[in-house]
Design a protein around this ligand. Structure first.
Ligand code: PGA
Length: 254
């Protein structure tokens, strides 16, 4: 049994004060929901404040990115060493990083290696663009991204993969549960080819892209979907709580 995981990717939103308010608005209720791993990924500057607020609660913390070097003259960057001890998870290879900041599969691979070497758990994002989708390239794109991310890595440890079709991110046009499950199965097959049956069965794969409390059930009801990476809806306490609550209920009975 894979424990479902819902992660909130706040992206470049919330000041430190707003981040604290958002946490306070959902912390107690989130804490009470069992059977789902809950992860908040605020901006770097709010990690320390959020960490203090969730101390003792069953809520985990993640960063949205990091650099792969340990330290040095890399102005503006944050290293895995700076994050370890502060948070448990780190989102890597998000399509916004790939698209706006030129992160290639090779860079994502270096980051995954560095995160695992430092004891951080990566949430590795993969997903095709609208153009690639329409050209029938979804399978080849996600297969290449998964292979690229794990190149030369002996074990992915607890790594989580997030399948996020770019055309569904922030657009309000989510994939269907059936579509997402089919691609996630392809991703699980790629993991099988890299690491064998045991790891392929155990690895958790989320869906991401316009997930909210009104459509989460459609995804969570699918056998290969182990949770969600939530952007916009994670900035609204009631919506995020609804997503986590429904996930707990559906995975418990399903
Ligand atoms: P969205 O973003 O939920 O706002 O579509 C998801 C993501 O980019 O992780």
């Amino acid at each position: 049994m894979r424990t479902p995981i819902i992660a909130g990717n706040w992206k470049m939103n919330t000041t430190v004060v707003e981040a604290a308010e958002l946490v306070k608005a959902m912390k107690d209720k989130l804490n009470q929901i069992a059977g789902v791993e809950k992860v908040l990924c605020p901006p770097f500057v709010s990690l320390t404040a959020v960490r203090e607020l969730i101390r003792g609660a069953s809520i985990k913390l993640g960063a949205q990115n990091m650099y792969f070097e340990k330290s040095g003259a890399y102005t503006g960057e944050v290293s895995p060493q700076m994050l370890s001890g502060l948070c448990e998870y780190v989102i890597l290879g998000h399509s916004e990083r790939r698209g706006y900041f030129g992160e290639s599969d090779q860079i994502v691979n270096k980051k995954v290696r560095a995160a695992l070497a430092t004891g951080l758990t990566p949430i590795v994002c993969v997903g095709e663009s609208l153009k690639e989708n329409e050209a029938g390239e979804t399978i080849s794109v996600v297969t290449r991204q998964v292979k690229g991310a794990f190149e030369g890595i002996d074990s992915p440890k607890g790594t989580v993969i997030a399948y996020e079709p770019i055309w569904a991110i922030g657009t309000g046009k989510a994939a269907t549960g059936v579509q997402a499950n089919a691609t996630i199965k392809v991703i699980r097959d790629s993991v099988f080819r890299l690491y064998g049956d045991q790891i392929a069965r155990a690895i958790r794969i989320q869906y991401g892209g316009s997930v909210n409390s009104a459509n989460i059930a459609e995804f969570i009801g699918q056998p290969d979907i182990d949770g969600a990476l939530v952007g916009g809806a994670s900035l609204k306490a009631a919506d995020f709580l609804g997503i986590v609550e429904q996930t707990a209920k559906i995975k418990k009975t399903g």
